[in-house]
Design a binder for this molecule. Structure first.
Ligand SMILES: [Zn+2]
Length: 323
């Protein structure tokens, strides 16, 4: 499938036959080829033959060129290919040896996953790599994949067989009836009156009921139930966004204490942070807010004016913290 996009440091674009010389720098490098199933190329013309023969429009195969933004140079290729027998997208790539160790592959594949997910449901990504290839293990871990089992693979010409590891990540699936996804959809199309600010990993909204004034939520952009389902970088960013949201609540509403709770009940089990500003004596007994039975009573719905006041106070602090 031909796609074009950019990441922080890379330009991703379809490969063309004229890339043969540049691609020969890795296709013809025995170092890069060590753990690859295909044979080593000995002439750039053979790389051209391969580039001319491949089906770049195959909707089940995203196999693109990886270029450095800084120089425009093509430094590798690869991507994800749909494997129907496992209902998973298998990752594969080659990178010129002098470009190893900069995290380019992880950066590319993380972005590619988002690109594919816009068009296709992706239930899982997986990959097999030689047990002794620690560089590939790091790429898979970066993508949030985890060890499933030992396996092995052989080169296409049968010359070598490697003990290997099978890694996989199951991705959270959109639920058909998820209240949180519905709210996010409303936020995206501009019809959620409670929306305050979009952060990298979620949406900050004022709680519907304001029994605890300043009650705020952070809705995770991923329809995921547990933190363990998130890719490591996204999970770290999600926790950072939560801390920032809570700090904004603290500054905007001056409580005695902030309560943080990551819940995800309901049909969709879509996790979201509840951030409650707490004030001395705000519940009949000391303890969590949930002891209050009438928290969702209509009398705690804010007036339009009050809602604007809360949103503006919180939004101002978030803007300052985001700088
Ligand atoms: Zn959801």
């Amino acid at each position: 499938m031909k796609v074009n996009f950019e990441t922080e440091r890379l330009i991703i674009r379809p490969l063309v036959p004229d890339d043969a010389e540049a691609a020969f720098r890795w296709c013809g490098d025995p170092n890069v080829n060590t753990y690859m199933i295909y044979p080593l190329y000995h002439r750039a013309e053979d790389v051209r033959t391969w580039l001319e023969s491949r089906d770049a429009d195959d909707p089940d195969n995203y196999d693109e060129g990886i270029c450095l933004k800084s120089t425009g140079e093509l430094i590798g290729s690869g991507g994800m290919r749909y494997a129907p027998e496992r209902n998973a997208w298998e990752i594969g790539y080659n990178l010129r040896a002098d470009q190893w160790g900069h995290g380019y592959t992880g950066e590319y594949l993380t972005a590619l996953l988002d690109v594919i997910r816009k068009d296709r449901p992706v239930e899982a990504i997986d990959g097999i790599f030689a047990a002794e290839n620690s560089k590939s293990r790091r790429v898979m871990e970066k993508l949030g994949m985890v060890y499933i089992r030992d396996t092995s693979f052989s080169k296409l010409d049968g010359s070598q067989t490697f003990p290997a590891k099978y890694y996989r990540r199951n991705l959270p699936q959109p639920a058909e009836h998820c209240g949180v996804c519905e709210r996010i959809e409303m936020t995206r199309n501009g019809s959620n009156p409670y929306f305050v600010k979009e952060l990298e990993t979620g949406y900050v909204v004022i709680g519907d009921h304001q029994r605890f004034e300043g009650y705020t939520l952070l809705l995770c952009k991923e329809h995921a139930t547990e933190l363990s389902q998130l890719a490591p970088d996204f999970r770290t960013a999600f926790l950072r966004d939560m801390a920032m949201t809570a700090e904004a609540v603290e500054r905007a509403f001056r409580p005695n204490k902030v309560n943080y709770e990551l819940l995800g009940a309901g049909k969709g089990r879509h996790m979201h942070w509840h951030i409650f500003p707490r004030r001395n004596g705000d519940t009949p007994k000391s303890g969590p807010v949930w002891q209050v039975q009438d928290m969702n009573d209509d009398r705690y719905l804010p007036s339009a004016e009050k809602l604007e006041e809360l949103k503006s106070a919180l939004g101002k602090e978030l803007d300052l913290l985001c700088k």
